[in-house]
Structure formats: C-alpha cells, structure tokens
Design a protein around this ligand. Structure first.
Ligand code: GRG
Length: 303
C-alpha cells in the first residue's frame, strides 16, 4: 500500500503525485531478484514527503515548459533514490538502529540486514543509470553536457552525505561548536537538498547565468534550515506524526542545534536561515512562486 503524507501545500501534493508515478516507471525498468525487488519497492515507494523532488520541480518552474524538462524529471527520481538509499542505510543496526521509517518498519526490519544493505547499494547505481538514460525523453533528447553536470552534482552531494554521516557519528556524545555542527549538517543533509535545486538549475540555465549563483545560495540556506528543523522536530513532534522514532537524537546524545543553543534559539536560527533563502529568491522577478511555497512548507512542516 502506498502511503502519502497528508500535506497542505498543493504544490507538494502535485510533486508527490508526479514523483510517485515517475519512481514507479523508473523501478519498473529494472529486473531485480526477490527479495531485493520487494525491499527496493518498500524503501522507495512507501511514503516520504518527497521534498527533494519538489524542490527540483519548483526550480524548473523558473523557466516553465523548458525543452529539457525530461532531465529535471530524471534528476528528481535520481535524487529521491539516493535519499532512499541513505535512509535504508542510516536505519541499519550499525548506524542509527531504527525500527520505524515513514510510518513503516525499516527496510532491515522487514527484509533483514543483508537485503537492506544491498537495497541501499543498488539504489545508488540505479540513480546514476536513470540519469544517463532517455527516460521521459520524447521528441527532444537532452544534451550530454547537461547530463554530465547533473551526474557530477549528484555524485559530489552523495559523497558529502557519507562524509557528513561519518562526522555525525564521531560527534555523538561529544560537545561540538556551531561551526562544526554546521559542517556536519551541510554535508549530511544540506548537500543533497542543494543538489536537488542545482541539478534543475544547470538543466534550465546556461553556464554562467547569475541565476545559478542565487540558486546555490538559496540551496545552501534551505538545506541547512531543513536539518535545523529536523533537529527541532525530533524534540517537539510525536513519533506517530514523524513516522520515525521521536527523541532519538537525545537518546544517543547526538549533536543537534537545540542541544547546542537551546530549543528557542534553534527555532530562531531556522527562521533566520529561511529568511536568507527567501532573500536569494528575491532575485527572480517571476517564476519563483513554487520555490516560495515549498520553502514555506519546509518552515512550517510538522514531520
Ligand atoms: C552506510 C554506506 C553507508 C553510508 C552512510 C546513511 C548515510 C551514508 C548517510 C545518511 C545521511 C542521512 C540519513 C541524513 C539524514 C537526512 C534527513 C534529515 C533525512 C530525513 O529526510 P526527510 O524528512 O525524509 O525528507 P522523508 O521520509 O520525508 O523522505
């Protein structure tokens, strides 16, 4: 059964529908042996806010009906697959050892540790295979130079995510300063969120277009804001709403923004980062409405 979270923002709902369809088409293109196929389906198709695809599509709205839109759809699929791999691996007993994800048993609980590890592994390869494919291309095929840029952005963000995870694990039970915490979060979470925006940006804007710099700044701020909000929700939200175990950060003495600066100041900091993100968007006279809506959703989200 597919569970989509109940979101108010219409733009998020549209993005969820689009990515759900595209992920299904993408997965159908692979012939996988069981139980790997079921584990991949479980990890990818069951729920999730789909924030990264939403940011990717919303960025592309800066140039609506762009002929390279097929590459934006592939990018959204590839990013979500990388994100899903990271969740499956992050939940493993050797990492966060979590039982619940997106309101479901985690992949290793449902399919065993060996299969969950392999499901994460194959999702990485699938992401890059899809980026290099012609999926969703109709009459027009996307220039190879754009595909290469997208691949590079995704590979860099994925490496940063792993490095961020290492830094995060090292910081458990230790007190780190704000600069160090920021380095962890920019890598672990921010890099992939920024990549979602940048992969669309390089698809629709020419190299050297000043819009790309503005979108990089937007992505940097919104990516960090996302993790600050995640840290806050770990304290303020309930497991049933979060769809994952609440209070886990405190349990394992993770370095978080509320732990570092207190809950109220962390909330103010999240707002400050959102203000930074919105001011980068001010550069765009038209077309940024969806980016505004997704950002607003991120600021107000409860899960
Ligand atoms: C084990 C080989 C190996 C590598 C580890 C697992 C990993 C690399 C990195 C993990 C990075 C990670 C899980 C960061 C957390 C990012 C985060 C805030 C996830 C939650 O994102 P949401 O809220 O989740 O968008 P949904 O479920 O809505 O998609």
């Amino acid at each position: 059964m597919t569970i989509l979270l109940n979101l108010n923002a219409e733009v998020l709902q549209q993005a969820q529908q689009q990515i759900q369809q595209d992920l299904q088409v993408a997965l159908d293109g692979f012939s996988l042996p069981e139980p790997l196929k079921a584990a991949v389906h479980h990890t990818v198709m069951l729920g999730g806010k789909r924030v990264r695809p939403a940011l990717c599509y919303a960025t592309a709205q800066l140039k609506a009906n762009h002929p390279n839109y097929a590459a934006v759809r592939r990018a959204a699929v590839a990013i979500e697959l990388i994100h899903c791999y990271s969740l499956a691996h992050d939940d493993l007993p050797c990492m966060d050892n979590d039982l619940l994800r997106r309101g479901q048993p985690t992949c290793h609980v449902a399919y065993g540790e060996d299969t969950a590890l392999l499901a994460g592994d194959i999702l990485q390869s699938m992401a890059f295979e899809i980026l290099g494919s012609r999926l969703f291309d109709q009459m027009h095929s996307v220039p190879a130079a754009i595909v290469l840029k997208q691949m590079q952005l995704l590979a860099t963000a994925s490496s940063k995510m792993v490095c961020g995870q290492v830094l995060d694990l090292q910081a458990e039970g230790r007190r780190v300063d704000q600069a160090h915490l920021e380095e962890i979060h920019r890598n672990k979470t921010g890099a992939l969120i920024q990549a979602a925006i940048m992969m669309a940006a390089v698809t629709i804007f020419e190299t050297g277009d000043p819009a790309i710099v503005q979108l990089r700044n937007f992505g940097l701020a919104i990516g960090l804001a996302f993790q600050v909000q995640d840290d806050i929700l770990d304290i303020t939200a309930e497991t049933a709403v979060l769809g994952k175990t609440a209070g886990k950060d405190q349990q394992v003495e993770k370095s978080t923004y509320p732990a570092l600066m207190g809950l109220e100041q962390a909330q103010q900091y999240a707002q400050q980062l959102h203000d930074q993100a919105f001011s980068a968007l001010a550069y765009f006279e038209t077309g940024a409405e969806q980016l505004h809506q997704v950002s607003q959703f991120l600021l107000e989200r409860q899960s």
